[in-house]
Ligand binder design. Structure first.
Ligand SMILES: Nc1ncnc2c1ncn2[C@@H]1O[C@H](COP(=O)(O)OP(=O)(O)O)[C@@H](O)[C@H]1O
Ligand SMILES: [Mg+2]
Length: 663
């Protein structure tokens, strides 16, 4: 693994200079939340166990939860609140070979300096206890091996003596890493605590093993209380960040909140690591005199500790499983089995065997919501795994996946299009990615999702090669108009090339101006409407095709309806009728709808008729009444199902479907 990555995280980000902001130095911020956030239920449980201690009601409380979820924090809180002698020991993988290590550590924390407790009633047990503490062997050289029960009993006696005034607290942490002898002695303690002034607080991860078996068994027979620590909620995550940064919660910068929510998994350790990494990479900066601000794209970095954490799990896998897990990671945090099978080419039994191994290693879990999908166990896992391989390996994986998927189905239906766009990006092929993002954007527009379409097309526009940029910009202008972001659409349309090989054809430019003019008139924006209609007309020779002329006529008719508009020089009713007929003849339902809409909402009457009031529908003639013709019906349908009125392909489909019932 690249050593730079190990120490500084993912790619070294390019940060921008931010006025009045500096990288924090020294102990400029807290590095952990000073206040314990949330965990009210667990703290109540701890309080009630401590209260029982004062009544000599011995009790065991287990804190169960994944790494970093906050077990030690609660154990610290318990020790701080206890107000009685505290002994602390912890299980440790590196010391797993040393029997009773957690107990030895706990006793040593209390007696190493002062020597063995001298109370008379402990005399028979001191040689047994000397087994645990090497320093005591000078007093008891003939430390007796003793049985597990002897040791358990000796520990209970010591604890009882220590707690004889107000009680005492034994904290044993990380028991998932403890040796099985420790677990056996622990079981003896748990079963014999009642009636002693001793509280036992034990923490562990839910890893399979003898400690978890003990916890479950004790829980079942109510010999212990188990608090299963769940991920923190989003507001709690923000509160931790606020405490960490030393600011009120509503001042945590929004991009930081988004990143912590996406990758923090409600896990305080991950939240702190992500914050430390953002600060260390210069993406989160101290703003003077107070507060924090972000600089640049926060997704360009990833904490090295998390990368290592995930990398260790990956390295324990069979190389073939490892490769499949990396391919899956390149497909995203949630991936489809069908897609993974296409990319890997495995038969189903092999694929499931590999996925089973990855699941057993705690990297992935089946998605309960969809049988064809798996997800990485944490939001960060996929990104962390990819950050742990070289950029070249990642690019090669992504290229292979993209090519295989495109060969398998060049149409890339549904979400595959965007997925392959992302793979092309990861494969350092921005031009290929741009075309696919543009395709996905155009599809979103056709599906009536202009917001999504704008996002995808903006991404495409930023990546497109010069030869593709005009077409992408054209689509983006249309999407912006559909999303009613007109100022942006007009400004972008201005940037389209007016000459040269990449210029749009006259027909497409007319269509674009006509579309913008319609958007402007719908938005009651007179000046823009006039400008766009004029731009379209300037491009048309002899007034253009009947369809082009009809489209502009409808817009001018709508313009004449706007409040305060002067009497038009043409007859809008006749124009609208002509436009509708032209549209029907040419099979352009969208245009026909616009024309019918103009007729239905009542264009101004000729000067000698009664004054028309905006908003008063004119009485349609029987042949034009809504719902009595396919197009009238389409108007009703369109207004109900919110299909973009410009989506001709879809409109044709819908009108085709409605026709049989209306003829
Ligand atoms: N509820 C909480 N409020 C504030 N900080 C927390 C909270 N829980 C955990 N932390 C912080 O998150 C980090 C990881 O918590 P820790 O207790 O060490 O996790 P665990 O022991 O479960 O692995 C620590 O820095 C801790 O202070
Ligand atoms: Mg801990």
């Amino acid at each position: 693994m690249d050593s730079d990555r190990q120490t500084t995280g993912h790619h070294r980000p390019l940060t921008q200079r931010v006025e009045g902001a500096t990288a924090p130095t020294g102990r400029d911020w807290c590095r952990t939340s000073p206040a314990t956030v949330g965990r009210e239920v667990e703290l109540d449980l701890i309080e009630s166990a401590l209260a029982g201690l004062r009544r000599r009601e011995g009790r065991t409380v287990f804190l169960l939860g994944e790494a970093g979820i906050g077990k030690s924090r609660l154990a610290d809180e318990c020790a701080r609140r206890a107000g009685v002698p505290v002994l602390r020991g912890r299980g440790s993988r590196s010391r797993a070979g040393i029997p009773f290590h957690p107990f030895a550590e706990a006793l040593a924390s209390r007696f190493r300096v002062g020597g063995p407790p001298q109370e008379k009633e402990l005399a028979p047990y001191r040689p047994v206890l000397a087994r645990l503490i090497p320093e005591w062997r000078r007093w008891y050289p003939a430390a007796v091996p003793g049985s597990l029960v002897d040791l358990g009993e000796a520990l209970l006696r010591v604890l009882a003596v220590l707690g004889q005034d107000d009680g005492c607290l034994l904290v044993l942490e990380d028991l998932h890493d403890a040796d099985s002898e420790t677990v056996a002695v622990l079981e003896y303690l748990i079963d014999n605590l009642a009636g002693l002034p001793v509280m036992l607080l034990a923490t562990m991860r839910p890893d399979p093993g003898s400690a978890l078996d003990l916890l479950r068994a004790a829980d079942r027979r109510r010999a212990a209380t188990v608090a299963d620590l769940q991920p923190l909620t989003e507001p709690q995550v923000v509160a931790i960040a606020a405490g960490y940064l030393g600011i009120p919660a509503d001042e945590v910068p929004e991009p930081v909140v988004a990143r912590l929510t996406e990758y923090g998994n409600g896990n305080p350790y991950l939240v702190e690591e992500l914050l430390a990494d953002l600060i260390g990479s210069g993406l989160l900066l101290r703003r003077h005199p107070a507060g924090w601000c972000t600089s640049g794209d926060l997704s360009t970095t990833f904490p090295a500790t998390i990368v290592q954490f995930s990398g260790q799990r990956l390295d324990q896998l069979d190389p073939r499983v490892r490769e499949d897990v990396l391919i899956a990671a390149s497909l995203g945090t949630r991936f489809s089995l069908t897609v993974l099978q296409t990319v890997t080419g495995h038969d189903a039994p092999t694929l499931f065997a590999h996925l089973g191994s990855a699941a057993a290693a705690g990297l992935i879990v089946p998605d309960p919501a969809s049988p064809d999908h798996y997800t990485f166990r944490h939001g960060f896992t996929a990104q962390a795994l990819l950050a742990g391989i070289s950029p070249a390996e990642h690019a090669a994986l992504a290229r292979h996946a993209a090519t295989t998927l495109q060969q398998a189905d060049p149409a890339l239906p549904g979400s595959l299009c965007q997925l392959v766009a992302e793979l092309r990006m990861a494969a350092a092929d921005p031009t290929g990615a741009a075309l696919l993002y543009a395709e996905a954007g155009n599809r979103a527009l056709a599906d009536g999702l202009p917001g999504t379409a704008v996002q995808l097309l903006e991404r495409a526009q930023g990546l497109a090669a010069a030869a593709d940029r005009t077409a992408v910009t054209e689509s983006l202008v249309l999407a912006l108009a559909e999303a009613r972001r007109l100022d942006h659409a007009f400004a972008l349309a201005e940037t389209l090339p007016m000459a040269g090989a990449t210029m749009l054809s006259t027909e497409r430019r007319v269509a674009l101006h006509t579309r913008l003019a319609w958007a402007a008139v719908v938005d009651e924006h007179r000046t823009h409407t006039v400008t766009q209609v004029a731009a379209a007309r300037a491009l048309l020779h002899d007034g253009g095709t009947p369809e082009q002329a009809a489209a502009l006529m409808v817009i001018e008719g709508q313009l004449a309806l706007l409040p305060g508009q002067e009497q038009p020089s043409f007859d809008p009713i006749r124009s609208a009728r002509e436009a509708a007929e032209t549209a029907e003849r040419a099979g352009l339902p969208v245009l026909a709808c616009q024309a019918w809409q103009l007729l239905a909402t009542g264009p101004p009457r000729p000067p000698n008729s009664r004054p028309w009031r905006p908003g008063t529908p004119s009485t349609p003639t029987p042949s034009t009444s809504r719902g009595s013709s396919p197009l009238g019906l389409w108007l009703v349908v369109a207004s109900h199902i919110k299909i973009p009125i410009w989506d001709t392909a879809r409109t044709r489909r819908v009108t085709a479907q409605t026709r049989p019932t209306t003829r």
